[in-house]
Write a protein that binds this ligand. Sequence first.
Ligand code: KG4
Ligand code: ZN
Length: 352
Amino acid sequence: MIVLGIESSCDETAASVVIDGREVRSSIVASQYELHEEFGGVVPEIASRAHEQHILPVVRDAIAQAGITQADIDLIAIGHRPGLIGSLLVGLSAAKALSWSLGVPLVGVDHVHAHLYAGMLGRDEPQYPALGLVVSGGHTSIYELRSALKVKRLGTTIDDAIGEAFDKVASILGLGHPGGPQIDALAREPGANDRSFDFPVSRLGKDSLDFSYSGLKTAVLYEAKGKPAPPALPGKDPLPKPEVPELTPERMRDIAASFQRAAVRALTIKLDRAIERIDGCQTLIVGGGVSANTLVRSKMHEFAGAHGLELIIPQIGYCVDNAAMIAGLGERLFSSGQADDLTLSAVPTTAC
Ligand code: KG4
Ligand code: ZN
């Protein structure tokens, strides 16, 4: 089955051709980093307009690079949730138009579930039950999987996503957007000391499988820029803002490494708790943009090794948003009997 996948949920316009849910024939991603850089984050209106400009060339490139024609396509898979509503609508409208004009079926795919599928591209089906972890710019969630389609969320972030924390810390340190890869690189610099600062690791009680990254982000902000001046007492002069040491390159890389250690430690604490709740767990499945992070990858290998699990983690190119994961999971959904029609909606939230 030849599947065309389309993805436009945030700031990447992507299209991909995947055969039988496994073999990636093409994967085209048009990023918009430079458009959002000066704002330090994704601006929804700018993203929608850029998707509108990129969508047709990206779809054409994906079909051409796969060496097929439109007439060869058997199914259109579209990431229709979750995401920025204006961005989702651009991809969804293109997908519907193609499905209608080519007379081929359409299937809607949950973007977060597709991140869990990304590591299964190009390989055999793993063993279940599995423990799943999605770490991205918009999501930090833990799952129990009984198959690629039977996905149950066990916990999620109660505030910021881990990738958002990486991006905000990068912005505090004056680095560009997206900041995750830059923090990763700084933390790997020779001499970077991840014990320099004792940043907080959120646990949220002893049983919780949820995550919280806002406290860590604030702790980094205070370390880098200083705490706000204490409020003045009535009738007294305001107290001066406490002095902060200069943000030297050495201090920056120590802050980056210490932040990264705390951020990743929170993941392994929750995985330790979650695995106790999945009887006979066989596999650890990780996905999302932050699964490209060097420390995340090595800790996931360590965790899987320590628990006798097989680790499924995407190749670097399929960690961040892409349409191959959408096409792959779309094929799975369609083969199991699911399909959508032209009433399919864009939905800002995940299906859980
Ligand atoms: O999965 P993704 O493309 O988008 C969402 O679905 O949210 O993830 C993007 C996120 C960004 O926050 C980016 O900074 C982060 O993934 N990221 C990384 C790395 N590469 C991308 N974070 C840490 N280390 C990396 N190497
Ligand atoms: Zn994503």
